[in-house]
Design a protein around this ligand. Structure first.
Ligand SMILES: CC(C)(COP(=O)(O)OP(=O)(O)OC[C@H]1O[C@@H](n2cnc3c(N)ncnc32)[C@H](O)[C@@H]1OP(=O)(O)O)[C@@H](O)C(=O)NCCC(=O)NCCS
Length: 378
């Protein structure tokens, strides 16, 4: 390799691929920032529309701006009767495949065109309208019918929870879900956000960019873990079984869902926040969840210590990630486990939309290099 050849980084680990003002993940310090604000404080105190406005405008809204933006998102979030029929036909099967296809179908139905050389205000409206529709899309995919009537002025989080549970949520449940939806709205250049930006960078329509995000998020290494976390609780069954179960899984070379993170080297602040929410809920899972968390962390620490000795080098300390406590919180509010990943999408779609807008505003086509490992012709 010549000195000028850039070095290869598996999984683009450690590579800075774009600039963003939207969010910053400090994996060493365990901090998450949304556009100049502590994301945990926002999640605990603000509405999803306030934080969405912050991502769009770079500042929190005034009271009037907040209610105007909330009303705009509510109006834009409605599906036409034709779109309801289109989405209802996708009911059944794997929820994220259906969600991905529904987002793509709506964009096609609205005749979205490549953004290049178009009025960017129009493109911006397309992004906001598509992202605003996520709660209705998940509801129609679940019921196969048009969304049930909700109170006027119900916010994004309330419409989502109402739609997937079929009843008006209690204030506590709404706060728990709104906290979750804000916490996971954006998270630096994670795989699905990167995928959305890559697609947008080609000038493709914004529906294609958002659809790329959904497809990428659907993998268990990214957004598919919270459902399997509940399966894990079921498999463990009792507090006493947590450690033997974890040791057996690790001995079989399996990954334990809800643990480990590419960026965080200390506790994930979102996870700590959701643990506080779960403790407040104090539901029937809480004791088992706490025991599973500590026993599995101990099992992972022993395994990592043994690997460090064998490999004679430091290895990563694994911590609990956001998906672990997400599972406990979402189950408690009555969201079925097969919809956990759709719930994640309903949050992250806001981040994808804002990243797509940011990419479009200062676009450069993503086109990295590959390292050829084949043979050369004679
Ligand atoms: C999230 C995740 C993909 C991050 O992975 P990463 O930073 O790329 O780290 P790696 O996959 O290189 O893992 C490093 C080592 O730790 C181990 N490890 C990481 N997470 C683990 C887990 N949850 N269970 C068991 N071992 C784990 C890996 O086996 C690997 O060991 P190896 O070098 O012997 O193969 C990974 O931690 C994982 O698979 N977690 C489980 C799925 C999950 O919870 N996803 C939701 C993420 S928010």
């Amino acid at each position: 390799m010549s000195e000028s050849t850039p070095s290869f980084a598996a999984g683009l680990e450690g590579v800075i691929a774009c600039k963003t003002r939207l969010s910053h993940v400090d994996g060493e310090a365990g901090k998450l920032v949304f556009n100049g604000h502590n994301a945990i404080t926002l999640a605990e105190n603000n509405t999803i529309e306030e934080v969405w406005f912050l991502l769009r405008e770079g500042r929190l809204p005034t009271a009037e701006e907040h209610s105007a933006f909330r009303a705009r998102v509510e109006t834009l979030g409605q599906l036409s009767p034709q779109e309801v029929r289109l989405v209802a036909r996708l009911k059944g099967g794997e929820p994220l495949s259906a969600f991905r296809t529904a987002i793509s179908a709506i964009a096609k139905n609205r005749n979205f065109k490549p953004w290049l050389n178009r009025d960017l205000k129009e493109v911006d409206n397309e992004v906001l309208a598509l992202c605003s529709a996520a709660p209705a899309v998940v509801e129609v995919l679940r019921t196969g019918r048009k969304p049930i009537r909700k109170l006027r002025n119900a916010g994004y989080a309330e419409r989502y929870l109402w739609g997937v549970t079929g009843k008006k949520p209690s204030a506590d449940n709404l706060h728990a879900v709104e906290t979750y939806l804000i916490l996971t709205m954006d998270h630096g250049l994670n795989a699905s956000t990167f995928a959305s930006r890559v697609t947008a960078s080609t000038g493709a329509d914004v529906g294609a960019a958002i659809t790329s995000g959904v497809g990428t998020l659907s993998g268990p290494l990214h957004g598919g873990a919270p459902g399997p976390v509940l399966d894990m609780f079921d498999a463990v069954g009792s507090v006493d079984n947590a450690r033997p179960w974890a040791d057996a899984q690790l001995a079989a070379g399996r990954r334990l869902m809800g643990f480990g993170h590419r960026i965080y080297r200390t506790d994930d602040p979102r996870s700590l926040c959701l643990k506080r929410v779960a403790e407040k809920q104090n539901g029937p899972r809480i004791e088992l969840a706490k025991a599973v968390e500590s026993q599995i962390l101990a099992a992972l620490a022993d395994r990592q210590k043994a690997r460090a000795t064998t490999l004679n080098k430091p290895v990563r300390t694994l911590r609990v990630n956001v998906e672990f406590w997400t599972a406990v919180v979402l189950e408690h509010v009555g969201i079925p486990r097969e919809l956990f990943s759709s719930t994640f999408c309903t949050s992250r779609i806001i981040g994808w939309g804002e990243h797509v807008r940011e990419q479009i505003a200062d676009n450069k086509l993503y086109r990295p290099l590959s390292q050829y490992t084949g043979s050369m012709p004679e």
